[in-house]
Design a protein around this ligand. Structure first.
Ligand SMILES: Nc1nc2c(c(=O)[nH]1)N[C@H]1C(S)=C(S)[C@@H](COP(=O)(O)O)O[C@H]1N2
Ligand SMILES: [Mo]
Length: 532
């Protein structure tokens, strides 16, 4: 039998209450993160909320975020969500100081919102709620314990009742929770340390999961080696091959998906005579080929960083689709709607995946298995079309259908469909507003005109005549090309350099300025630099 103790109506200071709220949410989040890391594909509550925010963000705002924060856009979003959660956590602590139930209720409301976000994900399922539920339960318990240690009578009473329910509890209580400055400090420090250990372990487990441990067979038809180009001759120029670690990344995922090659399957279905599915090892056994391809994001502004050139290794999509036997493949309105593991979709014209441009279902990138960030186990790479129109990462399904029948993720949000990459030139050096010594100035950069091929780049200094730059090696029409230009005698002061690409059949790139939305930027690349 327990002896109910008389509640001591100690008034909890607001700093302690705020700290109790903050720490209980921290440990809840850490445990949520830990449970998520232990379960495949489960989403932590913060990530789920962040992803739900992304899905509900209007396109112009998203566009603005990509423009302003670049590849950090996700970091900014996640930090904002975390900051919001921590502020609410403090509010929960302060509410608990007035009335324990109110504080706990706010935590429960936060839990419900996060749970709703998890379930509203395209791949949301009840099992995915586990990290969120764990976070909520741990958070509420921590709040009660910390409030009790801080001297809250209701919390102390509650703990005592719980204790009474435990076996062997009857002998040693009667005293209840001993609230003191010292026990609050010990309790809150312990909570903080446990939260840090939980978050750190979650991170380590995720890191361990990203090790692939896969060795790809060589390509039966390897791509021609990419030459050194102007890499060593022009300091600061974009390397002709982009290393995997510095390849731009654009996608809607907040954390890097950790798909498992052994259980991965690609389904090919839709308007075909022979729908089928294929495993990772059977895919590789079909025989790998390689292509040197420069891919580009539609969100790349003129002069922007969202393009990269790599040697992709994989299976020809033409071969994969031939095996499925598309019905009446000559119909011009046919598309392949490809779906990634989480339901994200991309529309690609059937022709782009079956003509001789060499589109691939890639499993390798620059001699390595596809990195997780770039779509492991497999992704599409379609030469000539923007990434959102032919480069589905973490792909699990290819459905032959018509454009009228199914709309892809970005199409639904107002972006263009089946958009060709616009030809453009980029100035890498001199850097924007860089100061260089007077005299000889070496300018250099890169240009692309996928499908047509870069013929040359021309530059103009201070609105002077357009002059041909020296060109680096021509890898192929789908690959970018470096250029360099030595300006002999530049006087001190401010200068403006412009660059344009001449491509295909000696066509000149568009001079019309267009924003990235809805079908890609255009216009002349311009750099202002200073000569001392
Ligand atoms: N599953 C999935 N695939 C995706 C995307 C995405 O959001 N989800 N983004 C596309 C976009 S917009 C681009 S530009 C390319 C970028 O590929 P990368 O990150 O490997 O450079 O991936 C494409 N494939
Ligand atoms: Mo993109």
């Amino acid at each position: 039998m327990s002896t109910p103790s008389i509640p001591r109506n100690t008034h909890v200071g607001w700093i302690r209450a705020a700290l109790a709220g903050l720490l209980s949410v921290c440990i809840g989040l850490a445990i949520g993160q830990l449970v998520a890391s232990l379960r495949n594909k489960a989403t932590s509550p913060v990530l789920a909320v962040g992803e739900a925010v992304i899905d509900r963000t209007p396109t112009p705002l998203k566009d603005w975020a990509i423009q302003h924060f670049g590849s950090n856009d996700k970091l900014v979003l996640l930090s904002s969500v975390t900051l919001g959660v921590l502020i609410l956590a403090i509010v929960a602590g302060l509410l608990a100081r007035r009335m324990l139930l109110l504080g706990a209720a706010l935590l429960v409301v936060m839990l419900v919102v996060a749970g709703y976000a998890v379930l509203s994900r395209p791949y949301g399922s009840v099992g995915q709620l586990l990290p969120t539920v764990a976070a909520g339960v741990v958070g509420v318990i921590a709040l009660v314990v910390l409030m009790a240690l801080a001297g809250d009578a209701t919390a102390a009473g509650l703990l005592q009742k719980v204790r009474a329910l435990l076996p062997n509890a009857s002998k040693n209580d009667g005293e209840g929770v001993r609230a003191s400055r010292r026990s609050f400090i010990i309790g809150s420090t312990t909570t903080a340390v446990l939260a840090a250990i939980g978050a750190y372990s979650a991170q380590r487990i995720n890191d361990a999961k990203s090790a692939l441990g896969i060795k790809l067979p060589a390509a039966r038809t390897p791509a021609p080696a990419i030459p050194v180009g102007l890499d060593t001759k022009v300091p600061g120029i974009t390397p002709l091959r982009t290393p995997n670690g510095s390849f731009y990344r654009v996608d809607t995922e907040l954390s890097t998906p950790t798909l498992d090659a052994d259980s991965w399957e690609l389904h090919i279905d839709g308007d075909v005579e022979n729908p089928y599915k294929i495993s990772y090892s059977d895919l590789i056994d079909m025989g790998l080929e390689e292509q040197n391809i420069t891919i580009t994001c539609v969100s790349n502004p003129v002069g922007g960083p969202y393009a990269g050139g790599a040697t992709w290794r994989g299976v020809s999509t033409a071969k994969l689709l031939a095996k499925a036997k598309v019905r009446n493949p000559e119909r011009p309105d046919l598309q392949v709607l490809s779906t990634s593991f989480d339901g994200f979709t991309i529309s690609t014209p059937l022709g782009a995946l079956t003509d001789n441009r060499g589109a691939l279902l890639a499993v390798g990138m620059n001699g390595e298995p596809l990195p997780r960030a770039h779509g492991f186990p497999a992704r599409l790479v379609t030469p000539g079309l923007y990434g959102m129109c032919g480069c589905t990462k973490w792909i699990t399904r290819m459905t032959v259908t018509t454009f009228a029948d199914k709309k892809a993720y970005w199409t639904q949000r107002g972006w263009g469909t089946a958009v060709k990459i616009k030809p453009t030139a980029r100035i890498d050096v001199p850097g924007s507003l860089a100061t260089v010594p007077a005299g000889k100035v070496t300018a250099g950069g890169i240009a692309w005109a996928q499908g047509e091929g870069v013929v040359k780049v021309q530059i103009s200094l201070d609105n002077g005549p357009w002059t041909d730059a020296m060109m680096g090696p021509d890898v192929n029409v789908d690959y970018w090309r470096q250029w360099a230009y030595v300006i002999p005698n530049v006087k001190s002061g401010q200068h403006t350099l412009q660059a344009r690409v001449i491509y295909g059949d000696n066509q000149q790139q568009s001079t019309t300025s267009a924003p990235v939305f809805p079908d890609g930027s255009s216009g002349i690349e311009q750099r202002v630099f200073l000569v001392s």
